[in-house]
Design a protein around this ligand. Sequence first.
Ligand code: NAD
Length: 387
Amino acid sequence: MTEVRVAVLGASGWMGKVHTMAYQTFPHFFGQEGGTAKVVALVSSNPQAAQDLAFRAPDAKILQDWRQAVNDPEVDLIDICLPDNLHYEVAKAALLAGKHVFCEKPLADTAVQAKELAEIAQQMGVITRVGHAFPRNPVHDLAKEIIDNGEIGEIKMFKGCQHVDMFGDPLAPYMWRANGELAPTGIVGDTGSHVFSFMEFLVGKVSSLIADNFIVTEKRPIVDGVSLAAETSLSGDEEWADITNPDGTNLLCAFANGARGIVDFSRVATGRKFRQTYEIYGTKGSLVYNYDEVNRLRFYSNDDKVGRRGYREIDVGPENETYKAFLPLPNFALGYNESKIIEVAEVIRSITTNRPMWPTFETGHHICQIVDACMASSRLKRWVDID
Ligand SMILES: NC(=O)c1ccc[n+]([C@@H]2O[C@H](COP(=O)([O-])OP(=O)(O)OC[C@H]3O[C@@H](n4cnc5c(N)ncnc54)[C@H](O)[C@@H]3O)[C@@H](O)[C@H]2O)c1
């Protein structure tokens, strides 16, 4: 058994808290055979967070500068939960320092940066991982198994979406996610990348696309200390910030295997607290998934008798080893945080076995290529090819 020493960067934010919890929790479900993790450093630029961080990982160093963690010889794995614009710089420094790197999505602001990171990682011989945890819910392993078995035949169409209403209200306060400097690709890297991770996992590489990125609300009020989904009242004295990255995107795409796709995502879908769906249509059957029924896959097969055909609902349960690690009965459901625990368990197992597991920085590069193509296509108002 090997213990991996981890530094979590951006530790006081949403992802930082989830990742810190996941390192400490995963052996409860997966045992210690694949290795364990010790959170030895927590980094946050927010000095007020120090006390809270000390409670989360009692023996960890509490740091304000990520460089201290990256250069610390007692750290094996750098876990990046920082705003998007820092991912490239921090991941590059960590890789060059010989660390394994787990980086939240999107891996980088551009595909060129992401490619460079994937190449450095290969040269340094370290393990990498991008935080696309949604497809790691076992229900999507079932979808992949059905596809790989040829049970839906050749895939011809993909339809996917992801929407939230975080910015549905035109008065919802400004935050870094809407700042084109801190999050240069806006909703495309933020939310689109999740849909793209399903496309990459289940269908294959995208070869071309045409996208329309749009901003719905041009300015938002600046409110100090605002957090996601918090109810906020405005005093009327606020300053207003320009929104400088996309709120939403509609796109059409072609996959290298000939399938076609239609995808939409946004942060302005009023009333959609979190909507994530995909539909995959093949020559022999189809698969339909909706996050509202988080562990349920709908499967239609032409192999069924005429007159008895229809979508069957499959609730993933303990026949799946990953599900069984958490729960002994079907349909009790694994949610978001369990996906992150599965992800972290895989990161640690990758390191202790020196075996990369999907999605690596190479995957992150493919996804950044799709993000790049959306940004270019929308600007140029035409189809864009992806290498
Ligand atoms: N995989 C997912 O499902 C998922 C979900 C949410 C967010 N994310 C990604 O995770 C990353 C973080 O998002 P979040 O929602 O946790 O954001 P957040 O705003 O909640 O947290 C960011 C944290 O980084 C800290 N920080 C900012 N600049 C820093 C710096 N220079 N040095 C040290 N600390 C700094 C902040 O104090 C804060 O604690 C983003 O890249 C986002 O896209 C992924």
